[in-house]
Design a protein around this ligand. Structure first.
Ligand SMILES: [Zn+2]
Length: 424
C-alpha cells in the first residue's frame, strides 16, 4: 500500500474494518476459551550436529576444546545431562525420532537405508513415516517451516526445503545438484545470490550454514531444521575425541556461533544430535567362537548388539561372559529390550560389546578383526556414557542444567517452545 493511502479510506470502510477486527477478536476469544492466555510462541532453529556425543561437551575442558559458542549456549540455556537415544542409534531413524517423538519401530524409519528386500535405497521421503513430524504439526498450525539437509525430507510439505537427497557423497558432503533438483523452487538461487560461493559442487557444513543464514535474513520461518554432518564423517574416519574430530568440533562451534549471532530475538536456538560415538578398536566375531566350540544355535550379531534367539546360543554367550571373554560386554536385561527395542524382546539373551568393540558376522577366520573405520555408532541406547546432546537457549527457555532425557521427548520439548499442540 502506497504511503498515505489510508487518507483515502472513508468512515464507512473504517467502521467495517473495526467491526471485522472486533468479530475476529471475539472468535479467537471463544476458540481459546475465556481463561487461557495465548501460549508463548517462539520461532525455533534446531541444529542437529551429527554424531555429537555428550562427552565432547561434558569433558570439554579435559579435551581442551575451543568451543566458545557452545560453552556460552550451555551457560545461558538449558542443557540436558545427555540424551538417551533410540534403537538403532543410527542417523535417519534418530532424526525421525527427534521430530516424531516415536521409536524407530513405531515411526517406521528403521535404518538410513531400507531393507535389502525393499531395494535398499534411502528412506528419502516422509511417505515412510508413521506419525506426525514436528514440521507437519507446525504447518497444520499455519506456521512456516524450513529444512536444510535434514533426513527424510525429500518431497516433504516444508515451506523452504533443501532436502537431504544425494547421488554422490564426499565424506559428510553431498552433491548439490541432486538436492537442488528437489529443493523448493527459487531457494538455491536465492541462497546463491546472497552467498556467491554457495553453489559449489558439494553441500558441506559451511554452505548448510549459509542456507540457514539466508533463511533467517529473508524468510524468518517459524521452524528451521539444520543437519550438520561433517563431525560424524570425521569421527568415523579417525575416531571421536581425538585431534581430527576435535578440530571439526571447533569448526562446527564457529558455524553455530555465526548462526547464533544472526538469530533474530524472537528465536530459540536448540542444538541437539542424533547419537553418541565411540572409538572402535576391534570387531569381535562371536560366530567364529561358536563354530569352534561346535555349538549350533541362532546367533544374530548386529554391530552394537548380539542377540541369541535360542537356548543353545544364549547358553553359549552366557558361558563366554562367565569366563570373561574379551569383546563381550554387558547382558542387556529383558526390560531394556522391551522398552527400547520391542522387536528384540523375544530374544533369549542379548549382549552389548565391550568398550571399543563391535560384533561382526564372520563365522570363519580369526575371532578379532580390524574395523573398517576408527569410530562408530549404532550401539545400544543405554550404553555407558554413550549419549547425544540437547541444549536449548533463547527467550522461551529458563537456563539450567537438567537431568538425562530421552530422545523421544524432544518433539514435545520443541513443540512446547513453539507453543504448538501436536498429536502424540
Ligand atoms: Zn548420525
Amino acid at each position: 500500500m502506497p504511503k498515505g493511502s489510508s487518507m483515502t479510506i472513508d468512515e464507512t470502510w473504517r467502521g467495517l474494518v473495526r467491526w471485522a477486527g472486533a468479530a475476529l477478536a471475539a472468535a479467537a476469544f471463544v476458540a481459546a476459551g475465556p481463561v487461557s492466555a495465548a501460549p508463548a510462541h517462539h520461532k525455533v532453529l534446531v541444529v542437529s550436529v551429527d554424531g555429537l556425543d555428550w562427552r565432547y561437551l561434558r569433558d570439554r575442558d579435559q579435551l581442551h576444546l575451543a568451543i566458545p559458542n557452545l560453552r556460552r549456549l550451555m551457560g545461558e540455556g538449558w542443557t540436558a545431562d545427555g540424551v538417551i537415544g533410540v534403537w538403532p542409534t543410527v542417523t535417519w531413524p534418530s532424526h525421525t525420532s527427534i521430530l516424531t517423538g516415536l521409536r524407530p519401530d513405531q515411526h517406521g524409519v528403521l535404518g538410513n537405508q531400507r531393507p535389502k528386500e525393499e531395494g535398499g535405497d534411502y528412506y528419502w521421503t516422509p511417505s515412510f513415516i508413521h506419525g506426525e513430524p514436528l514440521w507437519a504439526c507446525a504447518a497444520d498450525a499455519g506456521l512456516t517451516t524450513a529444512s536444510v539437509t535434514w533426513p527424510v525430507t525429500k518431497d516433504a510439505k516444508i515451506t523452504w526445503d533443501l532436502p537431504e537427497y544425494f547421488r554422490r557423497r564426499n565424506g559428510g558432503s553431498m552433491d548439490l545438484a541432486t538436492a537442488a533438483s528437489d529443493a523448493t523452487p527459487g531457494l538455491v538461487e536465492g541462497i546463491s545470490a546472497m552467498f556467491p560461493s554457495f553453489p559449489q559442487q558439494w553441500i558441506d557444513d559451511r554452505t548448510r550454514t549459509q542456507a540457514v543464514l539466508y533463511l533467517l535474513k529473508t524468510k524468518r520461518p517459524d521452524l528451521i531444521l539444520l543437519h550438520l554432518v561433517d563431525l560424524d564423517s570425521e569421527a568415523h574416519d579417525q575416531g571421536p575425541f581425538e585431534v581430527n574430530a576435535n578440530a571439526v568440533m571447533e569448526r562446527t562451534d564457529a558455524l553455530i556461533g555465526e548462526l547464533a549471532r544472526a538469530l533474530p530475538a524472537d528465536y530459540d536456538l536448540v542444538v541437539t544430535s542424533d547419537h553418541g560415538f565411540e572409538r572402535l578398536d576391534h570387531i569381535a566375531n562371536l560366530g567364529v567362537l561358536m563354530a569352534e566350540a561346535g555349538v549350533k544355535g541362532d546367533l544374530q550379531p548386529m554391530g552394537g548388539v548380539v542377540v541369541a534367539r535360542d537356548q543353545a546360543a544364549a547358553g553359549f554367550l552366557r558361558g563366554l561372559a562367565a569366563k570373561g571373554q574379551d569383546g563381550l560386554g554387558r547382558e542387556i536385561p529383558p526390560a531394556e529390550l522391551a522398552r527400547y527395542a520391542p522387536k528384540l524382546a523375544g530374544a533369549i539373551a542379548a549382549f552389548e560389546p565391550a568398550p571399543h568393540y563391535m560384533f561382526g558376522r564372520a563365522e570363519t577366520g580369526p575371532y578379532l578383526t580390524a574395523p573398517r573405520e576408527r569410530g562408530e555408532h549404532g550401539f545400544w541406547p543405554l550404553r555407558s556414557d554413550y549419549r547425544s546432546i540437547y541444549i536449548a537457549s533463547g527467550p522461551g527457555v529458563p537456563p539450567g542444567l537438567g537431568p538425562t532425557i530421552e530422545m523421544v521427548s524432544l518433539k514435545a520439548r520443541l513443540a512446547g517452545l513453539m507453543g504448538l499442540h501436536c498429536r502424540d
